[in-house]
Structures are given as C-alpha cells and as structure tokens.
Design a protein around this ligand. Sequence first.
Ligand code: NDP
Ligand code: 8X3
Length: 253
Amino acid sequence: MKHKICMVTGATSGIGEACARKFAGAGYDLIITARRAELLDKLAGELEKEGVKVLSLCFDVRDREACREAVAGIGPEWSDIDVLINNAGLALGLEAEYEGDFADWDGMIDTNVKGLLNITRMIVPGMVERDRGHVINIGSVAGDAAYAGGAIYCATKAAVKTISDGLRIDVAGTRVRVTNLKPGLVETNFSNVRFHGDGERAARVYEGIKPLTGDDIADVALYAASAPEHVQIAEVLILATHQASGSVVVRKK
Ligand code: NDP
Ligand code: 8X3
C-alpha cells in the first residue's frame, strides 16, 4: 500500500526535526528540507535505518529559484504530498524596533513570510488539483501580540496567521485543510539563532520554567493531520504551563 507523504521544511533541528520523526513513526514517507546538507543526511540515514522512505532536499526557502528547482525535481513517486509542514523559520535579535538591525529584519521577513509563501505557492496547487491535502503552518504565540524587542518577529508570525486564514478561505471549496499551530516557548536551537550563537543568553530564555519540546508540537501537528477528513483544526495555541502569553512567563527560582 502507498504510504502518505509528509513534507517538512526546516527539518534539521527543533520542531521540524521532531515533526519529521513523529510523522515517520506514524507511517508517512518523508520529504525533509533545510539548508544544512550534513544534518539532512544524518536525519535521512537514521529514518531510513528504521525503514522509512525519505527524500532530502537541500535549499534555502528564501531563494525562490532554488525552491522552484527543488520542487520541480520531485519525481512522480513523491509528488502527491498529503501534508506540508511549513516550519522553516527563525527570530533574529531582540532589539527595540527603533534600534533593530536591517539584516536581521530581512532574514526574518524573507524566511518566515516570503519563504513560507514560496513553498505554499509551489506545493498547494497539486493539493487543490488532487482535492486532498493539509498545510500545517508553524506560527507562534508571538503572532498574537507584540512583546518587547520582538516587533518584527511578532509581525512575521502575525503574517503567518493571516496567510493561513487567507489560504483556508481560498481552498474552502476543496478538501484541503489549513492549520496554524502557535507554540509558545519551545526549547530548540531557536534562541541560539536569535542571539547569534550566544548560548548563555539563549539558555536563560528557558530558565525557571519547564519549556515545551519539539515533540510536544509534533504531537499536535500529527493530531491535526489525523483528524477525520471533515474536521479542520484551524488554529492551536500551545503554551508551557507557566507561560500565559508571549510576554507573561512565571519563572520559579
Ligand atoms: P530551530 O532553530 O531549532 O530550527 C529551525 C529550522 O528552520 C532549522 O531546521 C533550519 O535549518 C530551518 N531554517 C531556518 N532558516 C531556513 C531557511 N532560510 N531555509 C530553509 N530552512 C531554514 O528552531 P525551531 O524548531 O524552534 O523553529 C521552527 C519554527 O518554529 C520556526 O518557524 C519558529 O519561528 C517557530 N517557533 C518556534 C518557537 C520556539 O520557542 N522555539 C515557538 C513558536 C514558533 P537549516 O539551518 O539547516 O536551514
Ligand atoms: C517563539 C516563541 O515567545 O519566543 O515564537 O516568541 S517566543
């Protein structure tokens, strides 16, 4: 029997890697993408050892031509994608808006917004044509309200919400479903990337609380994908128990 296919962008770390492992465990064949080829190869090797079929595509979601080339190279065996997890994304910096770094802003907007749109534009037409599919966008609690120093990142995740809502409207006449998952604090490589490799500062983000894990988010993604066909999990906010919003976190000493 043909397995379902799940494509995960940003599968070399954190939430994306956890989703790849979770969907593989649930019997999906996996298309995994990211920029770091060696980490993609490592994950592909591990999954294949467990008997999972894997296609690795190494490209930068910001590079529209590279996205086009990668998607065009997906053969017929892999082209009927059932679930697309638009996960590749990042935060860069935590400066006040009036002091922000232009390169950081471009990195976030080009990846979280335009990169997500690049992949959506290239994969969803096939879903619409087949009248079947599921797009799971990784938004964030940060998209619900701005927090100090987070304006641009928060704006990109607010955009992910609106882009998800708009797509849901545009495919409502088909059996394609759209989910916006909005995690709170998840301990991944996220803060290390945000603080440009300052590991000590990154670790402080998760001090005094038990943060979420990538696996916690992957559980919800799989739940949404496994719901009966007539059930569309449109949006889910997933917070650590001691986090109440993007800016309210109660830390225990
Ligand atoms: P990680 O840094 O652990 O993982 C990010 C993944 O995205 C990596 O696999 C990275 O791969 C990939 N990626 C980043 N930029 C690009 C790019 N330009 N092209 C292709 N792939 C890219 O962070 P998380 O797992 O935490 O983040 C995943 C998503 O979850 C992001 O969208 C983030 O905004 C969101 N999120 C995270 C939360 C958290 O607290 N951690 C909370 C809410 C949402 P590579 O470097 O190999 O390209
Ligand atoms: C990541 C969660 O609260 O660090 O989107 O912005 S937060």
